[in-house]
Design a protein around this ligand. Structure first.
Ligand code: EPZ
Length: 453
């Protein structure tokens, strides 16, 4: 898919089922490596990052079979512990395979995932945490990281900052360590909760789930299991922002309100009418959003992944709002693109001051990153005329079918394939196609990058 075109200023009215969570599914896929058997994950989103992780696991000897949203991973045999280099740079979340392979085989080889458009993304907390469990980390001449442990030993790990990935890595290694690991200063994101619950379903012994101190008692063997990924809270927040930008109403099912409690509080302050059910959220919006001041922070604070969609909402609010980004130092790239739509945004360090303008005016814009791309769709719904969003390969990494979903809500949106023609609302697989047997085969994504799908 080379682009998306949106015809703005049309109120939404519809309902959809929210896809499974990308940031829950990826560490859970890595967790499957800990068990010499089969792990089945349900409600797995069909997105590029999942296809990429399937490619990596397959390259390392696992048997993966994705049928619909059900992913079976048979990790009976693992033929290598070195994560293929080409994947690490294109998907930094592959770094959690470090903890998984250390837990499985006592060794792992990867490389520095490197920064991306939202920040430098270091992994020092990952490495220091693993060293506490007796892991030896050395940098090889080829620049790769070789991690090994004669014997993983439970220990006390303290994170000065609640890094999500570092917490996941230490949990994965600690599950198979000898003795007990206490992780203080752990991240509390809902995706950590689902990882721990899934691991306990495999036979791990983890307590303090969802707290900032997590205790992992190492175990010998794990067993076959099945787990359903939760709905994606960031995709939910993105679509709630779409309704608030366009006006109208929607019912989003297959998503729990609890992990979004703080976000829903902000959206209500902005004027949204929101009712929640155990597995769904109903939203209504009339008129322009009211301006607010938000500050991103680790969970349960306002999620940095919804900062860009929030910027789009403030860009059409009926006053002056402000966003303070405390998690990633480079996460305001979307502001430049929003200005092309007529937004008035001043960036000063990690603060963005936004003076609402309505409507915005449609233009050609470029997705700077995954969530920034989705935020441009939010803004396009509140722009007069047509907005064309290029660089949608970013969006496909985390949104299974943003065109189909927004079309289900009544948006006038279409996908622009290579030739610039128009396939209405058919997001299809994110560049992925399944052979008859349901096994993945390699296809080229619309941005030319080889990927499985
Ligand atoms: C996870 O990234 C998510 N990715 C991100 O979502 C999310 O934005 C982030 O957590 C924060 O919630 C996945 O789960 C796959 P961190 P992660 O380690 O684990 C610094 C999306 O759009 N840090 O909590 O990489 C780091 O530089 C993505 O879905 C260190 O300094 O986030 C950053 O400033 C984007 N040293 C902060 O901590 C380290 O060793 C938060 O990073 C690790 C992190």
């Amino acid at each position: 898919m080379s682009g998306i075109e949106i015809e703005g200023l049309r109120p939404l009215d519809g309902e959809l089922k929210v896809q499974g969570s990308k940031n829950a599914a990826l560490p859970m896929m890595a967790a499957a490596v800990l068990h010499r058997g089969t792990t089945v994950l349900k409600n797995v989103p069909r997105i590029r990052d999942v296809f990429c992780m399937i490619d990596i696991l397959t390259a390392m000897g696992c048997e993966c079979s994705l049928e619909g949203h059900r992913l079976a991973i048979d990790a009976k045999t693992v033929s290598r512990v070195a994560v293929p280099r080409e994947y690490v740079s294109s998907m930094r979340s592959s770094i959690v395979l470090l903890g998984a392979f250390l837990g499985r085989a006592g060794e792992a080889v990867t490389c520095y995932p490197g920064g991306c458009s939202i920040g430098s993304r270091p992994i020092d907390l990952h490495l220091r945490g693993l060293e506490r469990l007796g892991v030896r980390i050395r940098e090889r001449e080829d620049g790769r990281i070789a991690a090994s442990a004669a014997r993983l030993t439970g220990a006390r790990v303290h994170f000065p900052y609640p890094s999500v990935g570092a917490t996941e890595n230490v949990i994965l290694a600690a599950v198979r360590a000898c003795g007990t690991t206490v992780i203080a200063g752990a991240a509390r994101e809902p995706e950590i909760v689902s990882l721990c619950r899934m691991l306990n379903g495999m036979g791990a012994r983890i307590s303090g789930i969802g707290e900032d101190t997590i205790v992992v008692e190492g175990v010998g063997e794990l067993h076959d299991s099945e787990y359903t990924a939760p709905g994606d809270r960031i995709v939910t927040g993105t679509y709630l922002s779409c309704v608030m930008a366009a006006g109208g109403r929607a019912y989003l099912r297959g998503t729990e309100p609890e992990p979004l409690r703080g976000v829903l509080r902000v959206l209500r302050r902005m004027g949204a009418g929101i009712e929640t059910a155990p597995a769904g959220i109903r939203i209504r919006m009339k008129g322009r959003p009211r301006p607010v001041r938000i500050r991103t922070a680790p969970y349960p604070g306002f999620p940095t992944d919804l900062q860009s969609p929030m910027l789009s909402l403030l860009a059409v609010s009926d006053g002056c709002g402000q966003v303070c980004e405390t998690v990633f130092e480079g996460r305001f790239a979307t502001a430049d693109q929003l200005r092309r739509l007529g937004a008035r945004i001043d960036i000063d360090g990690n603060r963005a001051k936004v003076e609402g303008v309505y409507p915005l005016r449609g233009a050609r814009v470029e997705a700077p990153d995954l969530r920034g791309g989705a935020a441009l769709a939010v803004a396009g719904l509140a722009a007069e005329g047509r907005t064309e969003i290029g660089g949608c390969g970013h969006i496909l990494r985390g949104y299974e079918d943003i065109c189909g979903d927004l079309k289900a809500l009544g948006a006038r949106i279409r996908q622009l394939p290579e030739d610039g023609g128009g396939a209405d609302g058919d997001g299809g697989d994110a560049g992925g196609q399944l052979s008859a047997g349901g096994r993945l085969r390699r296809v080229r994504g619309s941005d030319g990058r080889r990927m499985s799908g």
